[in-house]
Design a protein around this ligand. Structure first.
Ligand code: HEM
Length: 470
């Protein structure tokens, strides 16, 4: 048994954490399904505090909010908190890709896939990113001139998908990618629903839902196979992630990666690499549209440093406010809003027992709103991310990219992409929200605006951009 009393006096016998009462068999399962999951967790947190026990059917489940508890689970006692059973449903679709695998396989694949994602490694992708961003700028120019209203969430999904396809796999995504993305969303919703259900009908039983989800899996797998097949036919040496995966050889046997593993890695990167960044950018446009003072400051920085030209990687250190706008967006709307781990052995946190075999949930969405670490937590204030204020906070008060050994592989890639998108598009355009529209965050797998983000694109200045000069 592990034991760590972080905030309570020693020698107190551990007790069960407080939590909402539930029914004898289902516990809190039905109540948590009656409303939006995040709303349910937020309300329960207000009532029961920073370590809270929920009963999801037969499974005890602890919601951990404090930064030191997040650190305890993700970093300090990471061996006691594997990804475990909470990811079994996701494994039906992502197999043993980097997001879902564990142990030696995870370690080997992480080491293999790391090089393009280092702070220096990601810089090679800036030109391809800017080329894709410029295509969006061209579309937005026409949209702005026509006065049309567009769904900025769809726009950001398309842009992020183009970027991930080109940079990681040298693949120009077309119309078929939209079908694959729709199929992937269906899979994620299925995983979300099934992760909180008691009766688990095996996929082999042909219920209408199972048939739909298997069809979706087929669509997605077919798309991944197409990306891989196209590369196999191409001559020439690209140095992207797909070539790393294709050229990898087992140290002992010399064998190349098997077809399933390859497809699962491509699938993991394709979807983990665009969905999250697209949601972050969508929320950034929303927040900017309702905070004119922040927008004015952002515009002033961009005009000052860039004066209408395209940003380069070398400009980014001179655009700190642009970066802070993104960081503050990720605080209020972390695309990965919460995730689970298994407790292998019994643990004690601040005097509360975490039973062996139960699950814990860390939740950036709530930790990022903890009033002890964030004054006026609901306010959008990028200045919270000045270096002095960051240094004054505990590290895990803010963890949109996770932490410890399973920290997001694509963090530097995502930050580079988000800064280039914002710096390029915000110079020329000012998206405004439809006056009566209020987006509703929906915690699917990522935190999405449930009904999209309908916006009108206003023009700020004319183009003087040329991606090939970068
Ligand atoms: C704003 C954008 C993004 C956010 C907020 C985000 C967030 C996260 C978080 C919180 C985790 C850890 C999950 C856990 O521990 O259970 C994670 C893992 C991961 N992310 Fe991201 N991510 C983003 C962008 C990306 C991009 C662009 C890529 C790839 C190009 C990527 C690839 C991955 C992979 C492969 C993992 C699993 C890493 C491992 O377990 O070793 N992510 N991400």
């Amino acid at each position: 048994m592990l034991s760590e009393n972080l905030n309570t006096p020693a020698h107190m016998p551990p007790v069960a954490a407080p939590g909402p009462p539930g029914s004898p068999v289902l516990g809190n399962l039905l109540a948590s399904r009656r409303m939006d999951r995040l709303q349910y967790f937020a309300q329960a947190w207000q009532q029961y505090g920073d370590v809270m026990r929920l009963q999801m059917g037969p499974l005890p489940f602890h919601l951990l909010i404090r930064p030191e508890h997040v650190h305890h689970v993700l970093v300090k006692h990471v061996d006691n908190y594997p990804k475990g059973q909470g990811y079994n449903k996701l494994r039906l679709f992502l197999g043993q890709g980097l997001f879902t695998s564990e142990g030696p396989l995870w370690k080997r694949q992480r080491r293999l896939m790391q090089p393009p994602f280092t702070p220096r490694g990601v810089q090679q992708f800036a030109t391809d990113m800017l080329r894709a961003i410029n295509k969006t700028a061209e579309r937005w120019q026409q949209v702005a001139e026509s006065g049309q209203i567009i769904d900025v969430n769809e726009e950001m999904m398309r842009l992020a998908m183009n970027i991930i396809g080109r940079t990681m796999f040298g693949f120009d995504v077309g119309a078929e990618a939209k079908e694959a993305a729709k199929a992937f969303t269906l899979m994620l919703r299925f995983v979300g629903e099934r992760s909180m259900s008691i009766i688990d009908i095996p996929l082999a039983i042909p219920t209408p839902q199972n048939r739909r989800v298997l069809k979706a899996r087929e669509t997605v797998n077919h798309f991944m196979d197409e990306i891989i097949a196209q590369r196999r036919q191409q001559a020439g040496e690209r140095q992207d992630l797909l070539s790393i995966l294709l050229n990898a050889r087992d140290e002992e046997t010399g064998a190349s990666m098997d077809a399933d593993q390859l497809r699962h890695e491509v699938l993991t990167i394709f979807f983990a690499g665009h969905e999250t960044t697209a949601q972050a950018l969508t929320w950034a446009w929303y927040l900017l549209s309702i905070h004119p003072l922040v927008t004015r400051k952002l515009h002033a920085e961009l005009d000052n440093v860039l004066g209408g030209r395209l940003p380069t990687v070398a400009d980014l250190p001179n655009l700190p406010y642009t970066c802070m706008v993104i960081e503050e967006t990720l605080r209020l709307y972390p695309p990965v809003w919460g995730y689970v781990r298994d407790a292998k052995d019994e643990d004690v946190l601040d005097g509360y027992v975490i039973p062996a075999g139960s699950m814990v949930l860390v939740c950036p969405y709530l930790t990022h709103r903890h009033p002890e670490f964030w004054a006026n937590p609901e306010a959008f204030d990028p200045e919270r991310f000045t270096p002095e204020r960051v240094a004054a906070r505990p590290k895990y008060a803010y963890f949109p990219f996770g932490g410890g050994q399973r920290v997001c592989l694509g963090e530097k890639f995502a930050m580079l992409e988000a800064q280039l998108v914002l710096a390029t598009l915000a110079q020329r355009f000012y998206p405004t929200l439809q006056p009566a529209f209020r987006p509703v965050p929906e915690a699917v797998a990522s935190l999405r605006p449930r009904d999209g983000m309908p916006m009108r694109i206003q023009l700020r200045r004319a183009a003087s951009t040329d991606a090939s000069k970068n």
